[in-house]
Write a protein that binds this ligand. Structure first.
Ligand code: TYD
Length: 138
């Protein structure tokens, strides 16, 4: 994927909500209409206790879209330029786009469910799990 500057910066994507408060809503992510990469893998995390900090890693090539389908999820991110970002996800109609080479830590409300749409299959070799290695990479 050729990345523009915008695509190298973590940011929120707002999706349309189809429906109404009477009937409920549906939101759709479809490449290339409203997401910047083809999805190769999907996973979700849940039941993370509030006091636990997850993440603590970066990815060399992986791009991700993160949706808080329930609850509240807070991301602290440092990108390849060492810029710091904070995002609070609490609407199922929005996603956080995380490009490659971003160090992240994640906190969850007790009822949070995190859905990840990922650009690549799972490869442990794509993970940078030591912050010092992240600094060397960027
Ligand atoms: P990890 O990505 O480190 O979780 P988090 O960022 O939420 O703290 O993954 C946790 C464990 O799950 C780790 O042992 C790898 C495994 N895992 C898979 O086997 N396949 C996957 O697609 C993912 C995302 C994780």
């Amino acid at each position: 994927m050729v990345q523009t500057d915008f695509q190298k910066t973590p940011h929120i994507i707002e999706f349309s909500s189809i429906g109404s408060s009477e009937l409920g809503y549906i939101t759709v992510a479809e490449y290339p209409q409203n997401i910047p990469f083809e999805i190769k893998r999907t996973y979700w995390t849940y039941y993370t206790p509030h006091h636990v900090k997850r993440g603590g890693h970066a990815h060399i090539k992986l791009n991700q879209l993160i949706v808080a389908v329930a609850g509240v999820i807070e991301f602290t991110i440092e990108n390849h330029l060492r810029e710091q970002f904070f995002f609070r996800l609490e609407k199922p109609s929005q996603a956080l786009y995380i490009p490659e080479k971003c160090w992240r830590t994640i906190k969850f409300s007790h009822n949070a469910v995190l859905l990840c749409l990922a650009s690549l299959e799972y490869h442990e070799s794509d993970y940078i799990r030591e912050y010092d290695d992240f600094l060397k990479l960027i």
